[in-house]
Design a protein around this ligand. Structure first.
Ligand SMILES: Cc1ncc(COP(=O)(O)O)c(C=O)c1O
Length: 451
């Protein structure tokens, strides 16, 4: 290591952090250039090809955000309709959330891991108060995939190791256990045959397929540990199952002694117009995950929640460490964000706002997509809105055209034909009208030049 050179480079970056609001034009340019070079040389040059904000002439560098907007390093404003894949339900740096996170930052940040921490206790209690049915205990993690790992492990502790059933095109993350439940060949193929064994995939939204799969496995003497599904499939293109599907899932799982894991990492805490995706059918899983929104858009905070019965059968009371012992999961700053975002959502009745704005959006998007030959479908539930095109390339072009109008939309991970619009609940009706008008323009422009 060249100490002097390293410290000089670090001083540059730290100075930009410190004086981030008062940069000169030259410094802004330098940051843009550094970012492109550093991504290419030290992160992964592949990212540059996958960003619509990166062209041979330059790249858009994210520098600040507030409310419904993201700003590049030059201060250009973008309407955020991706929101960290649904993270920013309360908008960026919501003062009602940031206030508590800042207070906590000045008192206790992570933890000693030796003493017990009040905020973790308050957070778990608050979760018990807002999660559906008999769900009572929580366990806090740092990312979505980690939460899914813990849900799978807890299911095994509680119901014995055996088969998992998941859904085709379902997305549950990319760590080994979570990827083993993720139903997309592109992400799986290179890891075969080392994914978890004993996982079967069935069609999402088809309760009969679930019962058949369970019965078939039982008929050959296999044990089924759990069924995992998203209440609405997120990364496969916002696929909404028929109403009543989750009720059937609940009944089938209970009948066969199979645990139901609801992966609410994307649907949870208001996104679908209900507090939880499960609420649409008025049911509750045995184990559920949550993430994205639970960060308050401030600091990663994810987790699982589960029933007393699952806890009693898991053996966790005898040895709480056999599930996991994350250094950072449930840390004090994360809990301050979680507590404040739950407070924000409940106090402001965010699911109701999401349902109302979602209905308004859907109507507007359907209108501008009407008669467009390359649009196969427009659908949505709450503020999970999707336009499906007849090819991934067409979707990509529309998405680029939206970006050219300073509106950020994105594809979904398991289905590139779908453009997602997943804005914060604080997005104003005036901005929604702007986004719909931008979509009208984008659809017309791409249609004109499409061969
Ligand atoms: C339903 C669902 N589960 C799990 C994950 C994985 O979360 P993370 O990217 O934080 O690992 C995601 C991410 O999009 C998701 O939507």
């Amino acid at each position: 290591m060249d100490k002097e050179k390293t410290l000089k480079e670090l001083a540059r970056a730290l100075d930009f952090i410190e004086r981030g609001d008062e940069l000169t034009q030259e410094e802004m340019k330098a940051i843009e250039k550094d970012t492109i070079e550093n991504y290419t040389e030290y992160y992964n040059s592949g990212y540059m090809d996958f960003r619509k904000s990166c062209t041979p002439d330059g790249a858009t560098v994210e520098w600040a955000s507030e409310g419904e907007h993201v700003f590049d390093v030059y201060g250009n404003e973008f309407i955020d309709c991706i929101g960290g894949f649904g993270t920013y339900i309360a908008g960026h740096r919501n003062p009602e959330i940031i206030k508590y996170v800042e207070h906590q930052l000045h008192r206790l940040t992570l933890s000693s891991t030796e003493l017990i921490e009040p905020l973790r206790g308050y957070a778990c209690k608050a979760l018990a108060m807002v999660t559906p049915g008999d769900i009572k205990f929580s366990y806090l993690t740092n990312g979505g995939a980690e939460a899914v790992e813990m849900a799978l492990k807890l299911a095994m502790l509680s119901n014995g190791a055996g088969y998992f059933i998941s859904t085709v095109h379902g997305f549950h993350g990319k760590s080994i256990g979570a990827l083993s439940m993720t139903g997309n060949d592109v992400f799986r193929e290179r890891y075969y045959p080392n994914l978890l064994p004993k996982v079967q995939f069935i069609e999402h939204g088809n309760a009969e397929a679930l019962e058949t799969a369970i019965c078939n496995l039982e008929a050959i003497g296999e044990h089924v540990t759990a069924f995992i599904c998203e209440p609405v499939q997120g990364e496969s293109g916002f696929i909404i199952p028929p109403k009543g599907y989750l009720k059937d899932v609940r009944e089938i799982c209970s009948k066969h002694g199979v645990l139901w894991i609801a992966d609410e990492i994307q649907t949870g805490l208001g996104r679908t117009g209900n507090l939880w995706g499960q609420d649409r059918d008025g049911v509750a899983a045995d184990i559920m995950t949550f993430g994205k929104v639970s960060s308050g858009g401030a600091i990663p905070c994810t987790g699982i929640a589960y029933t007393q019965d699952v806890f009693d059968k898991s053996g966790l009371a005898d040895n709480p460490f056999i599930l996991g012992s994350p250094t950072f999961g449930g840390n004090a700053i994360a809990c301050s964000a979680l507590l404040s975002v739950i407070n924000y959502i409940v106090k402001n009745d965010i699911p109701k706002t999401v349902a109302e704005k979602g209905a308004y959006y859907l109507e507007g998007l359907k209108k501008v997509a009407e008669g467009r030959p390359h649009v196969d479908d427009v659908r949505g539930i709450g503020l999970m809105l999707a336009l499906e095109f007849d090819s991934p390339e067409y979707g990509w072009e529309v998405s680029k055209e939206m970006f050219a109008q300073n509106v950020m939309v994105a594809g979904t991970l398991n289905n590139a034909r779908v453009i997602r619009i997943e804005p914060p609940a604080i997005q104003t009706y005036e901005t929604i009208d702007k986004v719909i008008a931008a979509m009208d323009h984008a659809l017309a422009e791409v249609e004109k030049r499409w061969k």
